[in-house]
Design a protein around this ligand. Structure first.
Ligand SMILES: Cc1ncc(COP(=O)(O)O)c(C=O)c1O
Length: 444
């Protein structure tokens, strides 16, 4: 080769995860929506943009700065350094996150057990990287699974074993069976990943009694639970929310993953992990798993932007560290949209309750969160999504993207978070036309 000849690399020479569906899924879905900008998007799980407020971001920053000086006693140059210099790997709003968890969730955590991360995505990556110690390690995950988790697991060479979700949110008999199957095959299940509240994509939640049974089973099987909770605050009824697994966790079984993307701002890219599991290090020194995660983080992102953390910290401080209080407007809007979507689906498809399941259109009625799953009598794939966007002007997400195999899936996910009720109406009219045409085409 000459010095001027361009280097051509092959993906076959790069990490084997590159090019796998788990890694290409998000880009594919973004590309489809970019190709059809006029289409109504019932696909995006983004928060509602009209609530974003640039002026509030400046105010949050000032609020946090004042907190550093007035409440924590930092000198002005110290406060300035904390916001603008490289900083503590585990973050600078850990005390406020601990306070938030106490106020909103009844979770008591030592702030030293918290690592503030670049979104929840980094938190998942750090945890999976730490847990994957060798080639026999596997991760269990409730299927369908958030694709960001599957992709992160791929990147650390950790196979993901699906566990049935079912109508309870996690099928405990299947969890026990998978653990035993893995162990019988000489493998080591390190943890089970799940979203107990309004899961993405299924929308299903786990009730309190089932949460307790899950914790008992995890103890019995000596398994960690990775609890991901980005949607828990957006419940539709006014009754008490079920406690998080972490709030019920008396044996440090639960690694709790948090995100401020839906409750504050996705653009801040701030999330966190609570990892209070004790880890014995060299010389018998014992510290929290959080310290080990911080060690990995120091080689990945060094520290989460302190400016971004300050924005989150300021928002927390302005609402007494309660994201429940900070999100009353958001919860109202998402609840309204979820009900509107379900009512619209009922209006469009109510005439078929007598149809057998294999010929009927069915949908879930979640008690909160962003997502409704619609089951249809035909396989739903990327080609159908493309046709839906091009010919009908509506976007949604094929549920196949949330399964880690290639079996056809007859379901799609609708999201209510980034649209208005009027857009939901238009989107549903278009989706109903697509489904009707597809049924006619297949019948003919
Ligand atoms: C279940 C789940 N976990 C994690 C994330 C990622 O959160 P973040 O934006 O904080 O990285 C998302 C984002 O949509 C999600 O749905």
């Amino acid at each position: 080769m000459t010095a001027t000849e361009p280097v051509d690399l092959s993906v076959a020479d790069l990490h084997p995860a590159l090019g796998e569906p788990a890694l290409t899924s998000m880009n594919f879905l973004n590309e489809v929506s970019e190709r059809y900008p006029a289409a109504v998007s019932l696909a995006a799980g983004r928060p509602y943009e009209e609530f974003f407020d640039l002026a509030a971001v400046h105010r949050h920053l000032d609020t946090f700065h004042r907190h550093l000086v007035d409440d924590l006693g930092h000198r002005p140059e110290q406060a300035r350094r904390l916001l603008l210099q490289y900083g503590r790997t585990k973050g600078i709003v850990h005390h406020l996150i601990a306070r938030n968890l106490a106020v909103d969730e009844g979770i008591t955590v030592d702030p030293e057990d918290v690592v503030v991360t670049v979104g929840c995505q980094e938190a998942m990556f750090l945890v999976l990287r730490a847990l994957r110690a060798g080639p026999t390690d596997v991760l269990l995950a409730v299927a369908p699974t958030y694709v960001g988790l599957t992709g992160a697991a791929r990147l650390v060479d950790l196979p993901v074993w699906p566990v049935a979700g079912g109508s309870c949110g996690i099928d405990l008999a299947d969890l026990a069976a998978q653990v035993r199957r893995a162990r019988a095959a000489g493998l080591r299940p390190r943890a089970c990943y799940l979203m107990p509240d309004f899961a993405n994509p299924s929308g299903v939640s786990i009730d309190t009694a089932h949460r307790r049974r899950l914790l008992d089973l995890a103890a019995q099987e000596d398994l960690l639970l990775l609890e991901d909770n980005p949607y828990g605050l957006f419940h539709t009824d006014d009754g008490p929310r079920p406690p998080t697994l972490k709030a019920l966790d008396t044996g440090r079984r639960v690694v709790y993953l948090g995100s401020f993307a839906k409750t504050v701002l996705p653009g801040a890219r701030v999330g966190y992990v609570v990892a209070d599991q004790r880890v014995a290090g060299p010389g018998g020194r014992v510290g929290p798993l959080a310290d080990q995660l911080a060690m990995i983080k120091s080689m990945v992102t060094v520290n989460t932007s302190p400016i971004a953390q300050a924005v989150i910290g300021g928002r927390l401080l302005e609402h007494g560290c309660s994201l429940v209080a900070a999100n009353t407007r958001e919860r109202t809007a998402y609840t309204r949209n979820l009900r509107h979507l379900v009512a619209g689906l009922t209006r469009h498809f109510r005439d078929q309750p007598d149809q057998p399941d294999e010929r009927a259109v069915r949908w879930t009625v979640p008690a909160g969160g962003f997502f409704v799953v619609v089951t249809v009598p035909f396989p739903v794939d990327d080609a159908l999504l493309d046709r839906s966007a091009r010919d009908y002007g509506v976007l949604w997400t094929p549920m196949a993207h949330f399964y880690d195999d290639t079996a056809p899936v007859r379901a799609l996910r609708l999201s209510v978070s980034a649209v208005t009720p009027e857009q939901i109406d238009v989107g549903l009219d278009r989706l109903a036309a697509l489904i009707t045409d597809e049924l006619t085409r297949r019948a003919g």
